[in-house]
Design a protein around this ligand. Structure first.
Ligand code: PMP
Length: 282
């Protein structure tokens, strides 16, 4: 595969990043994942905008313009022949002698690569539904910044796998924050309920699009925290992310949600979201 590192397209074997890179030493960096369907990028403007926000919040410079970023994404999709899959992008503060404090000495590091994932849209999991476990949310306090500091969510996901589940819903002060790499929703009392935006969760690009779709379909949306108890008693549960789109959740901590099958709200949102996003893909 061809990857992109600091201005160059290289075979992956030849790509190099310094051992002194602050992304490696301090997780001092941010990332984005953009899906590819039919060889085109899904919601690129949303991801580019969030990247700018993450960089700004960490007082980091963007090494490229949005136009350059789009060109790099497209070029990698083209040379790697990606029909369905994703483009991963990471920007770190750069390379410096190891010191907690950054002295603004160098250029940011930018890396992009692709992953081919056939069956991303026609995913059997969307028909079966996911099982989740609950786990305490022990991440840092600025989860709205998409940093590469992913140790806790990785541990949580591994705990889920060990328990025979697909993912974990994280809980803080009695309320669900989000999944390890997705935003969490329930359908209860005829409404779609999902946690409001704040520093406690990532502002999902898919979340924004799916809520827009839901409102267009005259579905009622309530942005507020919900408890696990409420989720277990809900008619439906689901998650959203750039790589899973809308994915039903049918089990929480071993107990069925609703009928224990994917529900109509999640199915409809997935269908309309995919149709609209495919039509707008670039
Ligand atoms: N929350 C977390 C913690 C995530 O890691 C992700 C995916 N990166 C999401 C939510 C979903 O965000 P998006 O829809 O932008 O992929």
């Amino acid at each position: 595969r061809t990857v992109y590192v600091n201005g160059e397209y290289l075979p992956e074997e030849e790509a190099r990043v310094s051992v002194f890179d602050r992304g490696f030493l301090f997780a001092d960096g941010v990332y984005e994942v953009t899906s590819v369907l039919d060889g085109r990028l899904i919601d690129f403007p949303g991801h580019a905008e969030r990247l700018s926000r993450s960089l700004r919040e960490l007082e980091m410079e963007s090494p490229v313009t949005d136009e350059q970023l789009l060109d790099i994404h497209r070029e990698l999709v083209r040379v790697n022949g990606i029909e369905e899959g994703m483009v991963y992008l990471q920007v770190t503060r750069g390379v410096a002698d190891r010191d907690f404090a950054w002295g603004a000495e160098g250029e940011p590091t930018i890396v992009l690569f692709t992953q081919s994932k056939p069956g991303l849209a026609d995913n059997p999991k969307a028909r079966e539904g996911m099982k989740v476990i609950s786990i305490a949310d022990r991440r840092w306090g600025r989860r709205d910044i998409k940093t590469v500091q992913l140790l806790y969510p990785s541990m949580a996901k591994m705990a889920a796998r060990k328990a025979g589940a697909d993912d974990a819903w994280m809980v803080e002060d009695g309320f669900v924050t989000e999944g390890t790499s997705n935003n969490a929703y329930i359908v209860t009392g005829g409404r779609i309920v999902t946690r409001h935006l704040g520093e406690e969760i990532l502002h999902g690009i898919t979340r924004a699009a799916v809520l827009r779709v839901a409102r267009d379909l005259q579905m009622e949306v309530e942005e507020r925290p919900f408890t696990l108890e409420e989720a277990r008693a809900a008619d439906e549960a689901f998650v959203t992310s750039a790589s899973t789109f809308v994915m039903p959740v049918v089990e929480i901590d071993g107990a069925s949600v609703g009928e224990g099958r994917p529900g109509p709200v999640a199915a409809r949102l997935r269908e309309v979201y995919l149709d609209e996003m495919r039509a707008a893909a670039i």
